[in-house]
Design a protein around this ligand. Structure first.
Ligand code: FAD
Length: 443
């Protein structure tokens, strides 16, 4: 145990003051920590990399646990294409390790800084109409429960507990190890092309023929940037090309954007012009890139941000975007780009955003240039109401304004999940304020 630390998330918008801070290095240490805290009847919170911008990982007055030093690869089976890891490992560390064994993760999101346990616990996903979220790549896990018992879960062993634990918001116990199904390494050919918003909305089915399709809409314009990735046997781009892309996307895309947004803190009226200029400079021509899969899935995101994201039934996509456009216009909000639109197959983790339905994810962002505050609440609250009216399930790791009644309606296995939660953690030692609102706020 080390002295009490002030904990703050990556975006800098959420903080907490725990009573103690722990970095266990073995499963036995995790078990004895949980038992000792259970004995005194206090609460515990495990954090990953702190990349959630909701308060899901924040807790005042609890015992805070980070698995930052419990992050080793335990076993890799190249022929079976599986890797078993300690839960504090980041996706980036997994990518780097398995690449040396000729393996990759099938589909991941925009960054790899998250821990594997944090990523699955919030339903983190990438894009691809035939792919589920990261939790769908998990074949087994072990979890340290409130009574100190370590349980092993998989589709074969305790399948109901497994389906609950895959996306469990940190409320069932501390995930200790995770086994992930990987694939032989593959390259992706990424194609970016400009189009109008109307074109994108009218051709969604056709565009989703790509293995991994997403688009960015630039609010205050009628333009989008379509991004399609497909597997290819072609070799990856030469390094020269990669350096040019890095300079454009990382240096100009982040720092130039941040300076422009910082100016808009003082003159909010220039936001539409910023969106138009950046679209014109970076997203008005066709681009192509071939790289190893995770290099295509991931972007370098340096700009701190408030984010919300809703998983809606795929058939509501066009309606949702059109209504969002009307909302922004009518309320005269000045909002940042991009509005990000992604897709996934339906899946079977009980609290997964895509549980039981093909899904479109709509992500909304307001940046915090150089840590400056830009008012976002009014905009976010209205987007929340709109997405909820379209059966939106808010991302567990992003900002939203919903509580128990909404979730019970939208997750068919809600009550079964609560039954399992009660049985594993009857004294609610893994619950924090955020989870109280999710599970016990019937107002
Ligand atoms: C720049 C950026 C890009 C992002 N891109 C995407 C994206 O493309 N797709 C997407 O879906 N999301 C995305 N996210 C959201 C992010 O993936 C999630 O918020 C994710 O949970 C962060 O993982 P973490 O390790 O930081 O977990 P934290 O935020 O630290 O914790 C999240 C939850 O996981 C729980 N948890 C952590 N470790 C354990 C454990 N060992 N056992 C049990 N529970 C545990 C915590 O208690 C907490 O409830 C992005 C976020 C950022 C900041």
């Amino acid at each position: 145990m080390s002295s009490v630390r002030y904990w703050v998330n990556w975006a800098g918008n959420v903080s907490s003051q725990p009573t103690s801070y722990h970095e266990p290095t073995t499963e036995d240490e995790i078990v004895s920590l949980v038992k000792s805290i259970a004995n005194v009847g206090e609460r515990i919170k495990v954090v990953g990399s702190g990349h959630s911008c909701s308060r899901i990982a924040a807790s005042n007055g609890v015992h805070l646990v980070s698995l930052v030093r419990y992050n080793k690869v335990l076993e890799i089976k190249s022929e079976a294409c599986t890797v078993t890891v300690q839960a504090g490992i980041t996706l980036k560390q997994i990518n780097n390790f398995i690449e040396h064994h000729g393996l990759v993760l099938s589909n991941i999101g925009t960054i790899s800084e998250q821990t594997i346990a944090g990523a699955i616990s919030t339903g983190t996903h990438g894009t691809g109409i035939n792919f589920g979220g990261i939790s769908q790549q998990v074949t087994a896990l072990t979890m340290v429960c409130a009574n100190g018992e370590v349980i092993s879960l998989s589709k074969e062993q305790e399948p109901e507990f497994f389906a609950a634990a895959l996306v469990s918001l940190g409320c069932l116990g501390i995930i200790s190890t995770v086994t992930i199904s990987c694939e032989s390494a593959f390259n992706l050919r990424w194609l970016g092309s400009p189009a109008t918003l109307d074109y994108a909305l009218e051709h969604l089915e056709e565009l989703n023929q790509s293995e991994h399709f997403a688009f960015w809409w630039f609010p205050h314009t009628n333009y989008v940037y379509l991004m399609s990735s497909n597997r290819t046997a072609q070799p990856i781009d030469p390094p020269k090309n990669a350096i040019v892309i890095w300079f454009k996307d990382v240096i100009l895309g982040n720092y130039l954007h941040e300076v422009a947004l910082w100016l808009s803190v003082h003159v909010p009226g220039i936001v539409p012009t910023i969106n138009q200029c950046f679209r014109y400079l970076f997203f008005s021509s066709q681009r192509e890139r071939i790289a190893l899969s995770y290099q295509i899935f991931n972007l370098t995101i340096l700009l701190r941000q408030y984010v919300m994201e809703y998983a809606i039934p795929i058939e509501n996509t066009a309606t949702a975007i059109r209504k969002l456009r009307d909302l922004i216009n009518e309320a005269k909000f000045k909002v940042h780009f991009p509005i990000e639109v992604r897709f996934s197959a339906k899946d079977d983790a009980w609290l997964s955003l895509s549980y039981g339905r093909e899904t479109c994810f709509i992500g909304v962002i307001i940046y915090r240039p150089f840590g400056q505050e830009i008012p976002y609440e009014n905009y976010f609250q209205q987007v929340d109401a709109l997405m909820i009216s379209l059966e939106g399930r808010p991302h567990w790791g992003k900002i939203h304004y919903q509580s128990t009644n909404h979730f019970r309606k939208l997750y068919p296995k809600w009550d079964e999940f609560l039954t399992i939660r009660n049985s594993l953690d009857p004294k609610s030692m893994f619950i924090n304020d955020y989870l109280e609102k999710i599970f016990f706020d019937e107002a």
